[in-house]
Write a protein that binds this ligand. Structure first.
Ligand SMILES: [Zn+2]
Length: 141
């Protein structure tokens, strides 16, 4: 959910901020991406804070995409709480939908998870059906 609202705020600030200073406003700036020199109105040369990848003209949309999918060093960004949330959602989906636990290792399913979040390492079938299931039922009860 947080990611959806982030994306929409980037888009809206992009269009509304263009007349004020010409400086693009996005969550990628500062926190993940360093602005260097202004190339033209609204365009800045930038570097990735994690791996120092350089862009002559970085657009917030392209940089968001880069951070989510391409930057290897930005991936450890996935915090343990987030992993817990993903695992809990997975367990719930598996149980409620009656999906067999071995599907967690199905290549297409793994590809789906990786597409959603490259840094996410799916749990093993045993961990999913054992440990997490215990946790989840404990949580529900
Ligand atoms: Zn990077």
């Amino acid at each position: 959910m947080a990611e959806n609202s982030d994306t929409s705020s980037i888009n809206s600030t992009n269009t509304s901020a263009r007349k004020s200073s010409g400086k693009p406003k996005s969550i990628v700036w500062g926190m993940h991406i360093k602005q260097r020199n202004q190339i033209s109105k609204g365009h800045w040369s930038t570097t990735c804070n994690y791996c120092n990848q350089f862009w002559y003209k970085g657009s917030p949309a392209a940089l968001e995409d880069y951070l989510g999918n391409s930057c290897n060093k930005a991936l450890p960004d996935l915090i343990p709480d987030h992993i817990k949330d993903i695992n809990r959602a997975l367990v719930k989906a598996f149980i409620v939908c009656g999906i067999p636990f071995y599907i967690i290792k199905n290549l297409f399913f793994v590809e789906l998870l990786k597409t959603l979040r490259l840094a996410y390492e799916p749990p093993s079938r045993n961990i999913l059906s054992g440990h997490f299931l215990e946790q989840e039922t404990a949580f529900v009860n």
